[in-house]
Write a protein that binds this ligand. Structure first.
Ligand code: SF4
Length: 217
């Protein structure tokens, strides 16, 4: 079976599980999404969603965030962890948005990745979820599942992103990004599985089943 054939199976199975996957980070617009994604590094979406109502009540625009003292941002976001760095980055990001982009979130990888604390994955999530720009940001779940399902050799997240973009139609990238993450969190965790739990591995690697049956015969 080719990678594209395996990808078609994965696409169908994920669409059955998550026909309309919601964006898990609560936000109101591109700026609040950017803030939420920056906060989500090394923590859960739930803990981010717990602090953002308070943070956005204090500052829900670049202009307001740029005027909020770093110490105050840090106090509010402390439960998400890494708060000194994240608070500093949020303040600097908002100040740069004011200085370079009139307080608006830019719509290009280059401009987003130039913001403090914004890497390629964060930029991709904002571009695809806030602006509908085709992107396939790869997180740890997507990286793991792409390897398990034989869609990438998993050498690096950069390679995984290239491999996934090569096997899925561009109009499916945004939704698949979310569907992979939900599936990784809810059904196919990093903990061990013998490849028989949910049936996707058996469907994308039918030869493994045959090899096992042959060995047993
Ligand atoms: S069979 Fe196991 S490893 Fe394969 S996709 Fe399902 S849960 Fe993940």
């Amino acid at each position: 079976m080719t990678r594209k054939e395996r990808a078609a199976i994965v696409d169908r199975r994920l669409a059955e599980h998550y026909p309309e996957p919601p964006i898990p980070l609560h936000h109101r617009d591109a700026f609040t999404l950017l803030v939420a994604v920056m906060l989500s590094a090394h923590t859960t979406d739930k803990s981010v969603n717990n602090v953002t109502p308070t943070l956005f009540a204090a500052a829900d625009t670049a202009e307001k965030m740029s005027r909020l003292p770093v110490a105050e941002i840090q106090r509010i976001i402390r439960p998400v962890g890494l708060s000194p760095t994240k608070a500093k980055n949020l303040a600097a990001m908002a100040q740069l948005l004011m200085a370079r982009h009139g307080g608006e979130v830019p719509q290009s990888f280059e401009a987003l990745e130039a913001l403090p604390g914004v890497g390629h994955k964060t930029a991709g999530v904002v571009l695809t979820q806030a602006f509908g720009v085709p992107a396939f940001p790869v997180d740890t779940h997507i990286h793991r599942l792409a390897q398990r399902w034989g869609l990438s050799d998993g050498r690096s997240v950069e390679q995984t992103e290239r491999d996934l973009k090569a096997v899925f139609p561009v109009e499916r990238w945004s939704k698949l990004h979310l569907q992979f993450i939900y599936y990784g969190r809810e059904h196919c965790s990093a903990r061990g599985c013998d490849g028989r739990t949910c049936g996707i591995c058996r469907e994308v690697f039918p030869e493994r089943k045959r090899a096992k049956a042959t060995r047993q015969a």
